[in-house]
Design a protein around this ligand. Structure first.
Ligand code: BG6
Length: 469
């Protein structure tokens, strides 16, 4: 017996990319921190490939939008590059070439009936602002970001009615301040990380306010990477570890942007530990009055945690409250070493419904990066990526179940429409529905792209009865 999984009307079937990972740095006046990282340390990147040209979306976007239509995307999210749109980061003076590019991109999306969602920040802080002001540690950078956002809203408000402020701000904190895997590679800077978190939340509220003033009909949200924290056991200590992980990594951003304030418990812990952020008196009402209209959830893998074993930390770190737990039964994506656990999408959806029942949300990224996909090419030159189709089917199965049970999820975006550059894996693992040949930038639709077209056309797909339970 088979069942057809039908999704709600007007469901968004789409995919995401980001400016830095698809357009690269060609034609920009400023470097962002990822560009700088590559310029000074090419060897950190797989085969020394950088974000200079990336997937050359800058020159191929018209054809790329045609291909996106061909694979059934009714929506697409990418990011504007602060370093491309703004000529003078301090005064906000515009770069005419940047404007021309984004306007042309908007026209191409429209011509192909693809709803474009613009994101304002995808890990790509201008390096000047890091060097001059310590980046997101500085309140002045929040003001400059608001200035840039207002400019973007003014320019594109007639065409773009869905915006997001940040993509995965927690990765900026983890990668840049706690564990050093992204430029500027600071490690164990817990207190500074907390200040960065606060400033991002503040920037989100200020930008939301600016947008609502300009376009009361439009919608603006924030994209967070949510990994449920599954405790190792029912023991109180393991449960507590999961509770803190959840507070710091998930509820910090979501409570602040949806409820308009941080969770009290988190504030108390940070105050007791002497690492609470610096704030101004007016901020409280700013957060409370300017809330996100919707949320984007990026989900790739779950987190499993356990109680710490009394390790002593020289400086404050969130890790003093939990340790990672390696579940022996996990199924792993060998290319990234990420656990594959599709049911988490159901668990996330349930938590969203419980905690934030009135807030609509969508899956803004999920995906599977695979190395050396040429192995799966058939005689017609098409990559037969059945693993990707199965990965999406499994995730959609659980998402569909949650929607049936009342989750207010309005769409599903994969990572990525085309193969894109990764933050230091470069093009090692490919995520796209559309293959990009880096030798000559030709594009070929993979089998998963054809499958997605069908799913989008039929607003669902057929499965064998409960195959994934
Ligand atoms: C998400 C990011 O975290 O994961 C994307 O928003 C990123 O920018 C994607 O590319 C996949 O991760 P990676 O490191 O394999 O590119």
């Amino acid at each position: 017996m088979s069942t057809f999984l039908k999704f709600p009307p007007n469901f968004l079937w789409g995919a995401a990319m980001s400016g830095p990972q698809s357009e690269g740095w060609l034609g920009k006046r400023h470097e962002n921190i990822m560009d700088t990282w590559y310029r000074i340390c090419r060897n950190d990147f797989y085969e020394g490939v950088g974000p200079d040209v990336a997937s050359d979306f800058l020159h191929h976007f018209e054809n790329d939008f045609r291909l996106m239509k061909e694979i059934g995307l009714n929506s697409f999210r990418t990011s504007i590059q602060w370093t491309r749109l703004i000529a003078n980061l301090e005064t906000g003076e515009l770069d005419p070439n940047g404007i021309a590019f984004y306007q042309a991109m908007i026209r191409a999306a429209k011509a192909n009936e693809i709803k474009l969602i613009f994101n304002l920040h995808h890990f790509d802080l201008p390096t000047d602002l890091l060097d001059r002001y310590a980046g997101w540690e500085s309140r002045h950078v929040v003001d400059l970001f608001v200035k840039y956002a207002k400019t973007a809203f003014q320019l594109f408000k007639d065409e773009i009615h869905e915006w997001t402020t940040f993509n995965e701000p927690m990765v900026m904190i983890d990668g840049g301040y706690l564990y050093g895997y992204h430029y500027p590679h600071y490690k164990n800077e817990g207190k500074r990380a907390v200040q960065v978190l606060y400033h991002i939340v503040l920037a989100n509220a200020l930008v939301t306010q600016a947008y609502h003033q300009l376009d009361p009909e439009g919608k603006i949200g924030i994209i967070v990477n949510v990994t449920p924290a599954y405790p190792r056991s029912d023991r109180k200590e393991d449960q507590e570890a999961a509770r803190f992980f959840d507070l710091f990594h998930w509820r910090s951003f979501l409570d602040a942007s949806i409820h308009g304030h941080f969770p009290d418990e988190l504030v108390e812990i940070l105050r007791k530990d002497g690492v609470l952020w610096k704030a101004e008196a007016k901020d409280e009402s700013l957060l409370s009055l300017n809330r996100s209209d919707f949320i984007g959830i990026n989900y790739y893998h779950p987190t499993r945690v356990q109680a710490t074993e009394g390790q002593i930390f020289e400086k404050w770190l969130p890790d003093q409250y939990y340790a990672h737990y390696d579940w022996p039964e996990k199924r792993v994506d060998p290319y990234k070493d990420w656990e594959i656990f599709p049911k988490a999408l159901y668990d996330i959806a349930k938590e969203m419904t419980k905690r934030y029942p009135k807030t609509p949300w969508f899956v803004s990224e999920t995906g599977m990066g695979v190395h050396d996909e040429g192995r799966f090419r058939n005689k017609d030159g098409v990559i037969e990526d059945l693993y990707r189709i199965n990965f999406y089917k499994e995730h959609l199965f659980w998402l569909h179940k949650a929607i049936e049970e009342g989750a207010s999820c309005f769409g599903f975006h994969t990572w990525a429409a085309l193969d894109c550059w990764s933050w230091n894996n470069a093009y090692k693992n490919r995520y796209g529905f559309i293959e990009v040949d880096l030798n000559d930038q030709t594009r070929t639709i993979k089998k998963s792209g054809r499958w997605y077209r069908q799913v989008s056309l039929e607003n669902g797909f057929e499965i064998e009865e409960d195959p994934f339970v």
